[in-house]
Structure formats: C-alpha cells, structure tokens
Design a protein around this ligand. Sequence first.
Ligand code: ZN
Length: 181
Amino acid sequence: MPKHLFFPYNQDMTEIVQKDNPVLRQKATEVALSEIASPRIQGILADMKKSLASQKDGVALAAPQIGIPLRIFVVAGFALTEELQESKDCPADLIFINPVITKLSKDKVELEEGCLSIRHFYGKTIRSTKATVRAYNEKGEVFQRGGSGLLAQIFQHETDHLDGILFIDHATDVQEANTIQ
Ligand code: ZN
C-alpha cells in the first residue's frame, strides 16, 4: 500500500468529525488515479454518501470530515441544480476527486454559511458568486462543472476543507443557532 494512502480505518467512518479534530486542519492528499476504482476508495465514496445522507441539512461533505485526509468531496444531488431542488427527479450525488477550482468570479457576495463539522454555528462569509471546478468522477473520468449561488459557495467551502481551512477562519458574526429541543 502506498504510504500516502495509509490512515487509521478503525472507527465508524460515517461519523462526522468535529472542529477540534486535527484531520480537519491537515492538507489532504491527492488520490492516485489508479486507486479510484479500488475497493478502498470506492468504500470511502460510499461512506461519504451515506454520511452526507444522514444529515438532513447537509449539502456537501469533504473526506476529511469523516476522518479521511484525501482530496475528495461529495455534493448532494438536490444542491446541484436549483430548478430540480423540489423535484423527485433529483440528480444523484456528485463526487469530486482531486478537485481544482479553475475559475472564480470577481463578483463576490456575503453569504450565510455553516458546516457539518461545526455544529450548529453559522456566520457570514464573502464568496465568489460563480466558480468552476475540474475533478475526477468515481469512474476516474475527468470533468468540469460550473456553478453559481449555493453551488459556487459549496465548491469554495469544500475545496477549503481539503486545504485544512474552515469557514470560521474567515467568517464574521459567527453565532450558535438556537437549537429547537
Ligand atoms: Zn464544512
């Protein structure tokens, strides 16, 4: 096994780690393209989808959030296209392996932001209104995807995770939401 793919795989990998976990502060490692089809990586992708699906308000999840320091994130199908959000024909969750932001708009906007690893805090961030990401899918095929609004915000938030950056590092007015008991 290549050294860079070694990490402890002995906990429940669908559990979302919280902000003080050092894995969230690591720069995640690229996935070797030859490994994408391996049962190990496919298992991680399945765990990520399962973990994301377990969070009602979850729009996306990065691998470090389940303790895996690899450059992968997944976006929930319902967050991919605003038009289909309410539809039953919701697209499947989309996997991004070794994602790179290739375009960011100069246009920026202040947005409300939260994170599944910083429960239940929200703050205001400044994000580009449009972003384009190039990545590999779960079959190892390269693709490019542009997004605006929520999807552009997701792209920026998730690629930050892969560099050990959390939204609270740059957000303002961070507050704990009132949780309904
Ligand atoms: Zn997050």
